[in-house]
Design a protein around this ligand. Structure first.
Ligand code: ARG
Length: 460
């Protein structure tokens, strides 16, 4: 029989009971639910609203329930309890009698579920932040291990200018650093306590909302009771942070898929993070990268789900909001799987520097440097740009590269060219002369690695 059966003359239809229940989903909140209840009971006793002996019986009973759920000795039935809040309360009352029946004084499931979800969001955001730091460390390790390797830099997926592989990895570290900040912001958004808002309008009992907020480690109690029970922004923030994290991973996934192809041959994935084909014996597929890329779509779906669930809901609590948990759990679980598996794949892949260098040697990747060479000899950039364009055109027709042209070819187009042009066209030169802050030169990439290491150490 449901806890609210007093007002009803008929029991709920079995289908309605199953349809309305959130227990199968929200039972994951049991740790947070019990923590919230113990804090509430202690506060009720401190305020003289229930007896201290009752609060003690409640706390003891709840500790027992916590242990039994964790060990698997206690499970709940959706036909008996609609959600984890009612399941635990009913079990508590079975175990400790009247004291258990006093627990819900001055509380509603509306402030209870919001409290549980906020505690949960804070905990899981913290886990994701730790996984984010670990992945950044894996990226930095690859950058350091392959510090000098040159690969083509692309724009429009066309050869643009040469860069260091380490520089490329560090770009992802920067993205992940921003993801970390977004996760931290989501955790902050969750860091306020709804308890005491009760159903929507607070309560006539002299609750100490500051005490429960503090006991549960929240920064402050939420200042408006209606907002306290109807706000799910913190969950949206968290799924958004998850979405952008996936977006970033998906970009590197795409590169890993391309790089591991026969056409690129820039990397070889470890067997442990690739799969074969059931029909084609030669295949080695970059499944992990593909799957992480695919899961990005799923996390976006979670974000869209919750945005749409929350859209146009009148204040305060609406049952629609029960639909918040599945997308949140799914987004967090997905990212929590993706980050470490991605890191492991990354740590175990092999870089093929020769293939990268070979690719970088074609496609006139040093054309800008050729123009810059003329500029340094006094020519205006636009004029140099035109001249090198003509040289490239000439090379395309004759099947040559800039560096294979003779000095006579160069000088036929401009007498500013001299034998030192060949040095200027060397890829190493192109990379390491880009000494601008944030650029691909050895010195600057070293600086970037140090900066990031300090940053990561701060976030540890
Ligand atoms: N299971 C509900 C949820 O997850 C708990 C809050 C229910 N409140 C209510 N008034 N029906 O949203």
């Amino acid at each position: 029989m449901a806890l609210w059966s007093g007002r009803f003359t008929e029991g709920a239809d079995a289908f309605t009971q199953r349809f309305g229940a959130s227990l199968p989903v929200d039972q994951r909140l049991y740790v947070e639910d019990i923590a919230g209840s113990i804090a509430h009971a202690n506060m009720l006793a401190a305020q003289g609203i229930i007896a201290t002996a009752d609060a003690e019986a409640i706390a003891e009973g709840l500790q027992g329930i916590l242990a039994d759920i964790t060990s698997g000795a206690l499970t709940f039935d959706v036909m008996e309890s609609e959600d984890i809040h009612m399941a635990i309360e009913a079990e508590l009352t079975r175990r400790v009698g009247d004291a258990g029946a006093r627990l819900h004084t001055g509380r509603s499931r509306n402030d209870q579920v919001a409290t549980d979800t906020r505690l949960y969001a804070k905990r899981r955001a913290g886990e994701l932040m730790a996984a984010n730091v670990a992945l950044r460390e894996a990226l930095i390790a690859q950058a350091e291990a392959n510090f000098d390797v040159i690969l083509p830099g692309y724009t429009h997926l066309q050869h643009a200018q040469p860069v260091l592989f380490s520089h490329h990895m560090l770009a992802y570290v920067q993205m992940l650093a921003r993801d970390y900040d977004r996760l931290a912001a989501a955790r902050n958004a969750a860091d306020a306590c709804p308890l005491g808002a009760a159903a929507l309008a607070g309560t006539t009992y002299p609750l100490d909302r500051f005490a429960t907020a503090e006991a549960l480690g929240f920064d402050h109690p939420i200042p408006n009771s209606l907002d306290a029970v109807s706000d799910r922004d913190f969950l949206l923030d968290l799924i958004y942070a998850c979405s952008v994290s996936c977006l970033h991973l998906s970009r590197l996934c795409e590169e890993i898929v391309l790089w591991s192809s026969a056409e690129f041959g820039f990397i070889t994935l470890s067997d442990a993070y690739s799969t074969g084909s059931s029909i084609m014996p030669q295949k080695k597929n970059p499944d992990v990268a593909e799957l992480v890329r695919g899961k990005t779509g799923r996390v976006y779906g979670d974000l869209m789900t919750l945005l749409t669930v929350m859209k146009a809901l009148p204040l305060a609590y609406n049952k629609d909001m029960q639909e918040d948990k599945e997308p949140v759990f799914d987004a967090i679980d997905t990212v929590e799987m993706c980050l470490p598996v991605f890191g492991a794949m990354l740590q175990t892949l092999t870089i093929r520097p020769k293939n990268m260098a070979k690719a970088a040697a074609g496609g006139f990747i040093n054309a800008t440097d050729c123009a810059d060479y003329l500029v340094k000899k006094g020519m205006p950039f636009r004029e140099a740009y035109m001249i090198v364009g003509r040289l490239v055109n000439m090379c395309i027709r004759s099947g040559e590269n800039l560096e294979t042209l003779t000095l006579r070819d160069f000088r036929a187009i401009s007498d500013l060219f001299d034998s030192d042009v060949y040095e200027a066209l060397e890829l190493k030169h192109c990379v390491h002369e880009r000494k601008v802050y944030g650029g691909p030169s050895k010195d600057d990439v070293t600086r970037q690695i140090q900066y990031i290491k300090d940053f990561v150490a701060d976030h540890r």
